[in-house]
Design a protein around this ligand. Structure first.
Ligand SMILES: *Cc1c(COP(=O)(O)O)cnc(C)c1O
Length: 361
C-alpha cells in the first residue's frame, strides 16, 4: 500500500466557524463550499456545517444539485448566478437563490413564468472588475428586480480585490463606494454583504451583515504575512504520505530530475511516496518544509510525479514506512504554498482523485 491520504478534521471546521462568529458576532454566515468545498468534499462539509450556517455558496448548478442529492436543505446561493436561461427552472426546482451580476440574468428573471420565488443577491462591481453591475447601473437593476413578483428578498453584495492587505487604499475605495450605493438605495445593513475571510478578520470596521467565509473555515490564513494559528484557525486538511526508501548519499551527489539539488556533505535522503500526481505542487522549492516522524525537514531536489525527496541530514532513525505530513497541523499549508509560489486555496483544491479522503469527526 502506497498510502497517500487526505485527513479531514471536521471538529476543526466547526472550530473555524466559531472563529468567524468570534470575529463577527451575530452576523449571518454564507459559507463558501464551491469547488468541492475547497477540496474538502462538498457534501461532507455542507452536512457538517448544515445547522450552523445560514446559507451555502456554490459556483454552479451541478454543485447545488450534488448538495440537494446529498440531503442538504439549507439555502444555497449560486455565486455566479445562472449561466443560461434553461438553468432558471432547474434552479427553481432545487430551491436555489441567485446572484445576479449582469443584464442577461435580469432579463431571464423578467421573462420567467410564474412560479417559486427567488432570493436575489445583486452583485455590484465596486472596483474588482470581474463580475457585477457598474455602480451607475445599480439603481435601475435594483428597481427592476423589486418590480418582479417572483423576486423575494434582494441583498446587495460586492467582492473585494485586496482585502488580504489590511489598510489598502483600493479596498477602502471599494468599501466607500458600496456604502454610498447602499445608502442611496436605502438597503438595510442586514441585506448587505461585503466580507470574505480576509475582510472578516482584517477589516473589522467593514460592515454588511452577511459574511462570506471560505478559506478561513478550512483553517488557512487569508492575510498576507499572518499565520493561521495566530489568527485562531485550525487546519481541517492534513496531507499525509509515507517514507518509501532511505538513501545514503555522498557530498556532491545530485538528487532528482535535473540534478539541481546537490548534497553539501555525506548524508541521508528520505524518499516520500507522494508527488505532483497526488496534487503536491511541482513548483515547491528547496525551502519547502516537510514533517517526518514529527520533525521538520526540507525538500531535496525537484518533486516528481509519484515521489519527492527530503533532506534528512544525518538522521539515521528514519526508516521506510515512517509517517510524513506534507501539510496539516505541523506544516502549515500556507508555508508550502508560499515556498511553491502559490496560495493555500490552490493547494487545497488540487489534491487528485488517487488521494484517499478520511473524515475524522
Ligand atoms: C469564494 C468567495 C468568497 C470566499 O472567499 P475566501 O477568500 O475564501 O473567504 C466570498 N465571496 C465570493 C463572492 C466568493 O466567490
Amino acid at each position: 500500500m502506497r498510502r497517500v491520504e487526505c485527513r479531514l478534521d471536521m471538529s476543526a471546521l466547526l472550530h473555524n466557524l466559531s472563529q468567524v462568529r468570534r470575529y463577527r458576532p451575530g452576523q449571518p454566515v454564507l459559507a463558501m463550499v464551491k469547488a468541492d468545498a475547497y477540496g474538502h468534499g462538498l457534501v461532507a462539509v455542507a452536512r457538517h456545517l448544515r445547522d450552523q450556517v445560514d446559507a451555502l455558496g456554490v459556483a454552479c448548478l451541478d454543485e447545488a444539485m450534488m448538495l440537494r442529492e446529498g440531503g442538504v436543505h439549507q439555502p444555497i446561493v449560486l455565486m455566479e448566478g445562472l449561466f443560461s436561461r434553461p438553468e432558471l427552472e432547474q434552479a427553481r426546482r432545487l430551491g436555489l437563490d441567485l446572484v445576479v451580476h449582469q443584464s442577461c440574468q435580469l432579463e431571464w428573471l423578467q421573462q420567467a413564468s410564474a412560479g417559486r420565488s427567488f432570493d436575489v443577491w445583486l452583485k455590484v462591481n465596486t472596483g474588482m472588475h470581474r463580475l457585477g453591475f457598474q455602480p451607475e447601473q445599480v439603481i435601475g437593476v435594483y428597481e427592476a428586480l423589486r418590480a418582479l413578483p417572483h423576486v423575494r428578498k434582494i441583498c446587495l453584495m460586492t467582492h473585494l480585490a485586496t482585502a488580504d492587505q489590511p489598510g489598502d487604499i483600493a479596498c477602502l475605495q471599494q468599501v466607500d463606494l458600496f456604502k454610498k450605493l447602499g445608502t442611496m438605495l436605502e438597503v438595510e445593513e442586514s441585506s448587505c454583504s461585503i466580507c470574505n475571510s480576509a475582510a472578516i478578520i482584517g477589516w473589522p470596521e467593514v460592515g454588511g451583515a452577511w459574511v462570506r467565509p471560505g478559506l478561513m473555515l478550512y483553517g488557512a490564513s487569508p492575510l498576507v504575512g499572518r499565520s493561521a494559528s495566530e489568527l485562531g484557525l485550525r487546519p481541517v486538511m492534513s496531507f499525509k504520505a509515507r517514507v518509501v526508501a532511505v538513501q545514503k548519499i555522498q557530498k556532491g551527489d545530485p538528487v532528482g530530475y535535473g540534478g539541481l539539488w546537490v548534497a553539501q556533505s555525506d548524508q541521508m535522503i528520505a524518499v516520500v511516496g507522494a508527488g505532483y500526481g497526488d496534487g503536491y505542487p511541482r513548483t515547491a522549492g528547496p525551502d519547502t518544509p516537510v514533517a517526518i516522524a514529527g520533525r521538520r525537514f526540507r525538500l531535496a531536489g525537484r518533486v516528481s510525479m509519484d515521489m519527492l525527496a527530503v533532506d534528512i541530514g544525518q538522521d539515521a532513525s528514519i526508516q521506510p514506512g515512517e509517517d510524513v505530513e506534507l501539510w496539516g497541523g505541523q506544516i502549515a499549508i500556507d508555508e508550502v504554498a508560499q515556498a511553491s509560489g502559490t496560495l493555500s486555496y490552490e493547494l487545497m483544491c488540487k489534491l487528485t482523485s488517487r488521494v484517499a479522503r478520511h473524515y475524522v469527526y
